[in-house]
Design a binder for this molecule. Structure first.
Ligand code: ADP
Ligand code: 5GP
Length: 198
């Protein structure tokens, strides 16, 4: 039978550096596809529909809840986000590796679903550094930054549920650590050096 793809789940408090790290990993591993989420959030300048997100209305989002079309969904920072069940199933069954960039609530739903995943939580070095990164990024208002910092405190509580926790202090170091995890997890178990079958 054809091998199923690997499902990678990455979460982090907003501003910890997840997007930056994911860009580096997906550039290095073309065999891993980024799962484009749906959101009711308005696009930020430069964001492209179908590439960064599928931007949909709240009505459409709710219809998809009723129809059971979400593999997971959550309200994050006041907007709704969801991952299409059909898309993920199709990709994994076709043997493709997928990366989900989702929040802790969504990650917990995926973990509870029984799907075989590799989960990674990205930590900021401290909440103070997180605040500085959000301010330097310059994409969020003072009020939004305060909300994101408050949410960060809640999200960090769940980091123990993840297979790997990385502290994103030095970017190159964290990117290398993440790449190592991907390289190991994409190698079939029987071919890994420590499996005894290599
Ligand atoms: P997230 O996707 O988690 O919200 P981003 O990838 O947008 O975070 O990163 C937030 C900001 O912090 C960006 O301006 C990014 O360039 C910067 N950044 C990311 N990682 C680091 C790092 N290790 N050291 C310093 N700045 C970083
Ligand atoms: P942003 O609006 O800054 O792109 O994302 C805000 C948060 O929503 C991030 O933590 C991101 O991981 C999360 N997110 C993005 N897509 C999804 C999704 O499909 N499901 C869930 N649960 N969270 C998502």
């Amino acid at each position: 039978m054809a091998r199923h793809g690997r499902l990678f789940v990455i979460s982090a408090p907003s501003g910890a550096g997840k997007t930056t790290l994911i860009r580096q990993v997906t550039a290095r591993f073309p065999g891993v596809s980024y799962s484009v989420s749906h959101t009711t959030r308005p696009p930020r300048p430069g964001e492209i529909d179908g590439k960064d997100y599928f931007f949909i209305s709240r009505d459409r989002f709710e219809q998809m809840i009723q129809a059971g079309e979400w593999l997971e969904w959550a309200c994050v920072h006041g907007n709704w986000y969801g991952t299409s069940r059909a898309f993920v199933q199709k990709q994994l069954e076709a043997g493709k590796n997928l990366l989900l960039d989702i929040d802790v609530q969504g990650a917990r739903q995926i973990m509870a679903s029984g799907l075989d995943t590799v989960s990674v939580f990205i930590m900021p070095p401290s909440l103070e550094v997180l605040r500085q990164r959000l301010e330097n990024r310059g994409t969020d208002s003072e009020r939004t930054i305060a909300l994101r910092l408050e949410n960060a405190r809640q999200e960090i509580i769940w980091k123990h549920l993840y297979h790997h926790v990385l502290v994103n202090d030095d970017l190159d170091t964290t990117a290398a650590q993440l790449c190592t995890i991907f390289a190991q997890e994409m190698t079939p178990e029987k071919e890994r050096p420590d499996s005894g079958n290599a």
